[in-house]
Design a protein around this ligand. Structure first.
Ligand SMILES: [Zn+2]
Length: 432
C-alpha cells in the first residue's frame, strides 16, 4: 500500500499534468469505488491538488474529489487513442490527455464532497506529543491513521529503528522526540527519492528509490551492526527489527521447583548486578493491598481473608487455584513489566510457565534437582513429613517438564562450585 511519500509522489505527478485544467468527460466503468455525484466535477477547473495523510485531494471550484488508493490504486496519464488497460475503472478525459484510475483489487475510494475533510489525525511529518500518547505499542500508534496520518507498515518499522525502540514497546515520553525526528527525516528523505518502488510499480512514472535506503524493513541483516534482523507481529502486521540496535534489555526468566535452589542462583545473579524482579515479593506486597484483599473476598465469597484462608481453599481444588491465578497473574505481570530496566533483567518466578510469563522473556533458566533430593531438602527446611513434602512438590508443574520448556537449565545437585560453573556457562551462551 502506498504510504505518505508514495502518495506525495503521485500528488506531485498529478499537479504537473492536471493543475488548472478541466475534466471534459468522465467514463465510469466501475462505479462502486465512488461516493457522491462525479458529474459535478465535469467542466470545473482543478485549482489545487494536495495530500492529507494517504489521501489525494483534488480541489475544484466549490467541490472536492478525495481519492484513497488503498492497496493497488494507481493513476496513469494516457493519450486519448490508447486502449484502456485491464482494471482501468475510471477515465477522466481532459482536452489533450486521459487520466486513468486503475485498481486491480478495487479497494480504492473516490469521494465527491463539498469539503476537503478527511477523518485522519496529524500529518506524519508533523507528529505531536499528544498523538504519540496512549498505552499501546508504538508501532500500533504510528499505524493508527486517526492519530497520525500517512504511515504504513514500511515506514513504521523504519521510524522505530531510527528511534532505537522496539515496535512493541509502550514508549515513555523521553523517547517521543526521537520518533518525531525519525518520522520527519525518513519521510522527507523518501519523498526526495520518489518513495519506495515495491513490486515494480512506479508511482506516476517516478521510479522511487527509497527501497534502497531502508534500514530494517524486509532486510536480512542490519546495515549498521550486521545482526540478523528479527521479525515479529505487531498490530497484526509483520514487523522487522534489529535485536541489537533496537532492544536495550535482556529479560531472563528464572524458575525451578520447590526447594531446588532457585533462590541461591538468584543471589548469584544479583551479585552480577542484574536487575532482579522477584515475583514472590510482588505477590507478598499484593497480599497487603486493600483492594486486592477485597477483590479476593468477593472472588472466594468469604467474609475474612488471609493467605491461610485462601491456601486452604485452593489446596485441594484445581478450579479454585486457577481462579486465584487468573486474578493474580495479570496484576503481577503489570508490575513486572513496569520494573523492567535497560540491561539485564531477571524475572524470578516459580510459576514462570504456568503464568505464561515466559512470553515476555528472551531466555528462560530452570534450576533443577531431582524430586527425591528436593523432597529431603524440603522436609528439612520446612520441617515437613514426607507426605506433606510430596504433596507440596506435586502441587506444581513437574520439574522435568519445566526443564524441557526452559531455554537452559542449571544443575544444583553437585555442590556450589559446579552450580557456579554451570550458571556461568549458561550466561556465556546467552552472550553475557
Ligand atoms: Zn543493528
Amino acid at each position: 500500500m502506498p504510504e505518505l511519500p508514495e502518495v506525495e509522489t503521485v500528488v506531485r505527478g498529478l499537479r504537473k499534468y492536471c493543475l488548472n485544467k478541466q475534466i471534459k468527460k468522465i467514463d465510469v466503468l466501475y462505479s462502486k469505488l465512488i461516493t457522491g455525484d462525479i458529474n459535478k466535477i465535469i467542466n470545473k477547473t482543478i485549482t489545487d491538488i494536495y495530500r492529507r495523510g494517504k489521501n489525494i485531494i483534488f480541489k475544484f471550484e466549490k467541490i472536492y474529489m478525495t481519492v484513497h488508493l488503498r492497496m493497488e490504486g494507481k493513476f496513469f496519464i494516457k493519450n486519448h487513442d490508447e486502449a484502456l488497460a485491464k482494471h482501468d475503472h475510471i477515465n477522466f478525459i481532459f482536452d489533450d490527455f486521459d487520466l486513468r484510475y486503475n485498481d486491480t483489487r478495487k479497494f480504492g475510494e473516490i469521494h465527491i464532497q463539498d469539503t476537503d475533510f478527511v477523518d485522519v489525525g496529524v500529518e506524519a511529518t508533523n507528529i505531536t506529543y499528544d498523538a504519540l500518547r496512549g498505552n499501546k505499542p508504538i508501532k500500533e500508534i504510528l499505524l493508527d491513521q486517526h492519530k497520525i496520518a500517512g504511515i504504513g507498515n514500511i515506514y513504521a518499522d523504519e521510524i522505530c529503528y531510527y528511534a532505537k525502540v522496539m515496535p512493541n514497546e509502550v514508549l515513555k515520553e523521553d523517547k517521543y522526540d526521537l520518533v518525531i525526528e525519525g518520522a520527519n527525516k525518513i519521510l522527507n528523505e523518501s519523498i526526495k527519492c520518489g518513495g519506495c518502488t515495491i513490486r515494480t510499480y512506479s508511482y506516476f512514472g517516478v521510479e522511487g528509490t527509497f527501497q534502497n535506503h531502508l534500514m530494517v524493513h524486509t532486510l536480512k541483516y542490519c546495515k549498521k551492526c550486521n545482526t540478523k534482523i528479527a521479525t515479529t507481529k505487531v498490530a497484526g502486521r509483520t514487523t522487522y527489527y534489529c535485536p541489537k540496535c533496537q532492544k536495550n534489555n535482556i529479560i531472563i526468566g528464572l524458575t525451578g521447583g520447590i526447594a531446588t535452589g532457585k533462590s541461591t542462583v538468584e543471589k548469584l545473579l544479583e551479585k552480577k548486578g542484574y536487575n532482579i524482579i522477584d515475583t514472590d515479593l510482588i505477590v507478598r506486597d499484593l497480599w497487603k493491598d486493600e483492594k486486592v484483599l477485597n477483590d479476593l473476598k468477593k472472588l472466594f465469597n468469604v467474609k475474612e481473608i488471609s493467605k491461610e484462608v485462601v491456601r486452604n481453599i485452593i489446596f485441594n481444588s484445581e478450579e479454585e487455584r486457577l481462579k486465584l491465578n487468573h486474578y493474580m497473574h495479570p496484576l503481577v505481570k503489570d508490575i513486572v513489566l513496569s520494573r523492567i530496566k535497560n540491561g539485564v533483567n531477571i524475572i524470578d518466578a516459580p510459576l514462570l510457565f504456568e503464568s505464561k510469563f515466559d512470553s515476555i522473556c528472551d531466555f528462560t533458566i530452570c534450576v533443577y534437582l531431582d524430586n527425591e533430593e528436593a523432597k529431603c531438602r524440603l522436609m528439612e527446611r520446612d520441617n515437613l513429613t514426607e507426605l506433606e513434602a510430596i504433596k507440596r512438590i506435586n502441587s506444581q508443574m513437574d520439574i522435568a517438564k519445566k526443564r524441557k520448556l526452559s531455554t537452559f537449565s542449571v544443575d544444583n545437585s553437585k555442590g556450589e562450585a559446579y552450580r557456579i560453573k554451570n550458571l556461568d556457562e549458561v550466561l556465556e551462551k546467552i552472550g553475557l
